[in-house]
Design a protein around this ligand. Structure first.
Ligand code: HEC
Ligand code: HEC
Length: 209
């Protein structure tokens, strides 16, 4: 009787242990090395050049993707592929990627390391207060601690890209129900201030991997 009880206890402990291990693993089962050898060649021409800017249809910094959350990277690539996000070059590129390619790329780029901070033009102090009130719950007060894997790291991202992303949510050009609601309440100045705050925070995002 006591032995059977002990066995049951042991089995329960094993199941719980396995669940704990699973819970700690990052979501995408991508092969970072495979991505590096075969797939990142398509990306480095834009995402691998520090300070590189788009020329069409608007001019702003190509966002940093190295160090970003893997699950967010996959969501972003899928959003370009489905047309939910509308940037022409990224749509073309994402259309050529399978789900496995996306998982591999996210595994490659989603590696964390601390890097410097980015320049900004808004008023970072104004942005800080607003960020603490509204944005911190999900992105963390400094944009470094997303509360779930599908929320991006904002800290250290280019300010002009962040401001453009907020503007795109507000106008519906970028179609995410959660961020649309928050961006709707922001003026152009609020967006610049928030972008200045988050972009000037120490970050794990960087241009190159
Ligand atoms: C021709 C230049 C170019 C190339 C090549 C390119 N990208 Fe991009 N990428 C961009 C631009 C510009 C944006 C921002 C578009 C926007 O405003 O939505 C972007 C956005 C992204 C985003 C969204 C980032 C975020 O914070 O939401 C991801 C993820 C991404 N690219 C991954 C990739 C991957 C992976 C490759 C290679 C397979 C790649 N890109 C190749 C220019 C490029
Ligand atoms: C309830 C949770 C939540 C709150 C609060 C929130 N966000 Fe977000 N944010 C998200 C999610 C989820 C995404 C990813 C959406 C997508 O895939 O486009 C996101 C995406 C973003 C992006 C796009 C980044 C990129 O790399 O493209 C920016 C910029 C952003 N949020 C800024 C803010 C700011 C500024 C605030 C405060 C005014 C805020 N967010 C409040 C959940 C939240």
């Amino acid at each position: 009787m006591a032995l059977r009880f002990l066995k049951a206890l042991l089995r329960a402990a094993l199941v719980l242990g396995a669940q704990a291990v699973l819970a700690q693993q990052p979501p995408p089962a991508g092969d970072a090395e495979l991505a590096h050898r075969h797939k990142t060649a398509m990306c480095i021409g834009c995402h691998g050049i520090p300070g590189y800017k788009t020329a069409f249809p608007e001019v702003y910094h190509v966002p940093k993707i190295a160090g970003q959350q893997p699950a967010y990277l996959i969501n972003a690539l899928k959003a370009y592929r489905s047309g939910e996000r509308s940037h022409p070059s990224m749509r073309g590129i994402a259309a050529s990627l399978s789900d496995q390619d996306m998982a591999d790329l996210a595994a490659y780029y989603g590696v964390t390391a601390l890097a410097g901070t980015a320049q900004a033009s808004g008023n970072a102090e104004g942005g800080r207060a607003r960020a603490a009130q509204v944005c911190a719950a999900c992105h963390g007060p400094d944009g470094n601690r997303p509360s779930t894997p599908d929320q991006p790291v904002l800290a250290g991202q280019y300010a002009d890209y962040l401001a453009k992303a907020l503007h795109d949510y507000k106008t519906g050009r970028r179609n995410n129900p959660i961020m649309k609601g928050f961006a709707a309440q922001l003026s152009r100045q609020d967006m610049d201030d928030l972008a200045a705050w988050f972009s000037s925070q120490k970050s794990r995002l960087h241009d190159q991997r």
